[in-house]
Design a protein around this ligand. Sequence first.
Ligand SMILES: Cc1ncc(C[n+]2csc(CCOP(=O)(O)OP(=O)(O)O)c2C)c(N)n1
Ligand SMILES: [Mg+2]
Length: 565
Amino acid sequence: MTQNPRSGGQILVDALKVHGTDTAFGVPGESYLDVLDALHESGIRFIINRQEGGAAFMADAYGKMTGKPGICFVTRGPGATNASIGVHTAFQDSSPMILFIGQVGSDFMDREAFQEVDYRRMFGQMAKWVAQIDRADRIPEYIARAFQVATSGRPGPVVLALPEDMLTTKAAVADTRAYLPTQGAPSAPQIAQLRQMLSEAKRPMLLLGGGGWNDKACADIQRFAEANQLPVGCAFRFQDLMDNSHPNYIGDVGIGINPKLAARVKEADVLIAIGPRLGEMTTSGYSIIASPVPQQRLVHIHASPEELGSVYQGELMIASGMPQAAAMLAAMEPVDAGAWSESVAQARAEYSAWQQQPNIFKDNNAPLNLWQVVQELKGQCPADTIITNGAGNYATWAHRYWNYGGMRTQLAPTSGAMGYSVPSGVAAKIVNPERTVVTFAGDGEYLMNGQELATAVQYKAGVVIIVFNNQMFGTIRMHQEREYPGRVSGTTLHNPDFAAVARAFGGHGEAVAATEEFGPALQRALAFTRAQSLPAIIELRYDGNLITPGATLDTIRKQAVAAGK
Ligand SMILES: Cc1ncc(C[n+]2csc(CCOP(=O)(O)OP(=O)(O)O)c2C)c(N)n1
Ligand SMILES: [Mg+2]
């Protein structure tokens, strides 16, 4: 097939269209003007962000929601360094993503020219693949490979640098075919072995997590759990892989885990982990599952053969995509679940008890009860509401007390990156304009990417943002009181009026300081976001002493002093 000569930028945008790209995120730069020109009238929606960190987080969220690579364009040096937090998050979260970076021209390269960075070295450990496209006639090949790598096996980020002169060079080159993500699948003998192990179990448990899931895979796993009456836990920040209202769902295996659930994981005789890496947060610091040889008979199913056996020596390790494994497990002949079927209801009751009002509110008579706030959200928001958050103690109120409605109702960084909440919330609303999206943000966390409120207004993303204002970097303060009681250092914040900030950006803003004010404020915020397709902030002003559901700062400090700290 002969092709008319096209510029590098045009070849690149045409390639994106071949692979089904409908949306891209980014911040412009003079380094990739030819791509910007090709995007003009391309049919691809280019969401312009206010900071590259926000753009890269949005691309990560897009990848999580759609399974297609989130596309992000940034400029060299400063743009790329800003975007790096999103690349790291996409790597840790196993989200498909492609970051394109405008690079200095080949005529100036390797002189540390203006804003020049060698991205292969910079992103070496953070991305699945980093490359620079030096010839316009090879763009289709590189783009096809980028999509292939980002989505195959364990999904993750790819970084491609685009030298400026390469983008303006014309080449006559044909487009490729659309990419075809490839995944492994369990073999029949592996499923037979899994079934055999399950049939020998007395206290089996299923643990779901990781990237690469879709609706069908979640539905298949639910059928497998039902047929074998298995209790199901979800790994840290993958709590939406099973509808939390399902009778077999027994809680999230993450930070601040229900001790009864931790005991169940620890004492399981056969643990079937489907998808999670079994990282530090999911294993309570490698304690509830021992490394390298777990005490449980571990079946570990993961998309990447490199992951399997690297931290945990499973008795059975299967390299498989999630849809492939889930389909085969759904079709597996069920085992006799007589030995454990009664314990599922018991585990579920423990989960329900864990979601009841914590004592700190009963004991403190706090004017603003954060547990009640979540109950109010449950009352007013639909079950398929998407909840987003970043890092900080405030996230506990979502993780522990909200019931996630299934795939994909949670967007939260397993990388623990602050600043994820607002961009992911805005991206969720852009991708799903018909869904309700509620973002949980800390007062520290909000201001790491709160500028993306402007993006929400520009693209009419009616997300409701709840800012938990405790006037501190609370998580760090909590650790501080535990290790250095009473010596507050570097964790106090003086904040703006967040509700006024929202109004200044063109949204709706209210501050709430008492429990009974929250319900009506939420009603107004939801009505505003739905009617106007614009964002709203509800700022919660509350007593910073209420640092976690389990303990106040005062208690933590007293315990530390008593322990001789
Ligand atoms: C980008 C980034 N910087 C720093 C940290 C370390 N860190 C974790 S939680 C936290 C404080 C979060 O404060 P805030 O958002 O106000 O939430 P709170 O804990 O007060 O509820 C910090 C500084 C991080 N996880 N990510
Ligand atoms: Mg805070």
